[in-house]
Design a protein around this ligand. Structure first.
Ligand code: FE2
Length: 284
């Protein structure tokens, strides 16, 4: 009999402010990042009060990793030093590979209404940290979605969805860490059992409703909580009352992580180099 993945932890996010004063919920980030390897940060932003988001993220650098922005609601404008301009709208994804350096801004393209979504940081392996930067805007209509036999709607942002009946490649595939990023909408009474390779680190972020993991826990997980699961076994998800969940999985890099703000490298020396490069205007 195949074991279910065990729950390692269930934790809430922390209120935080970033950019020029954007209020958000930091779900992953801070000390002990190796527990989430290959992911470095997950921020949730959700507000209908423009004071919480209007200041946006004026120009700032990144080096050493990738940022994935997924908009549930609202519009955000991206501009970077490579000359890319992108308008990120409801349901859209921006996949930015900072690698050796990108300087960009992320500003709201609205003065009122709801702004809701996520930014996830995915680490790059040491050999790609100083590679060429890249950038992709993926509008909602180009992101595969499906409804399982069990009635769960799945937005397949990255990786490969497979529940033994339906298989669907996501909009983005990445080597090395093989990230899986699915947005799951579980109507009341539905269930789903996505297959994930052993060795993949799996996390579930419940952002609406109540999620049950029948094989792993008797306690439903409420919105605003991140569940970390063990690296092998089956995964069975259900919701009696309905839930919306981000499923985030990836193969850990097992490399040293040294972070200083928007720079994530493998050593202090590399961070100092990034700071010098930024100061000298040669980061990107
Ligand atoms: Fe950024």
């Amino acid at each position: 009999m195949i074991q279910a993945r065990r729950i390692l932890s269930i934790q809430p996010g922390q209120p935080a402010s970033d950019g020029a004063g954007v209020r958000l919920n930091r779900v992953i980030g801070g000390p002990g990042l190796e527990r989430f390897d290959p992911f470095l940060m997950l921020d949730e932003f959700s507000s209908s009060d423009p004071d919480d988001y209007i200041a946006g993220f004026p120009p700032h650098p990144h080096r050493g990793f990738e940022t994935i922005t997924y908009m549930l609601e609202g519009r955000m404008r991206h501009e970077d030093h490579l000359g890319n301009v992108g308008l990120l709208g409801t349901g859209g994804v921006q996949w930015m590979t900072a690698a050796r350096g990108i300087v960009h801004s992320e500003m709201p393209e609205q003065e009122s209404g709801a702004m809701r979504g996520f930014q996830l940081w995915l680490n790059l392996p040491a050999r790609d940290k100083l590679g060429d930067p890249g950038y992709r805007d993926i509008p909602a209509e180009e992101i595969p979605r499906l409804t399982t036999a069990g009635g769960v709607e799945v937005v397949v942002i990255a990786g490969q969805f497979d529940d033994g009946q339906l298989r669907q490649a996501g909009a983005v595939q990445r080597p090395h860490t093989q990230p899986q990023l699915f947005d799951l909408r579980l109507p009341p009474g539905s269930r789903i059992a996505p297959r994930l390779a052993d060795g993949q680190r799996v996390m579930l972020y419940v952002y609406e409703g109540l999620l049950e993991l029948p094989e792993a826990s008797a306690q439903p997980v409420s919105a605003g909580r991140l569940v970390r699961l063990s690296d092998a076994g089956e995964l069975h998800l259900a919701s009696a009352r309905g839930a919306r969940v981000l499923l985030i999985a990836g193969t850990p890099l097992h490399e040293p992580i040294v972070q200083y703000g928007p720079f994530v490298m493998n050593s202090r020396e590399e961070i100092e180099q990034a700071l010098r490069d930024f100061r000298d205007g040669v980061l990107a």
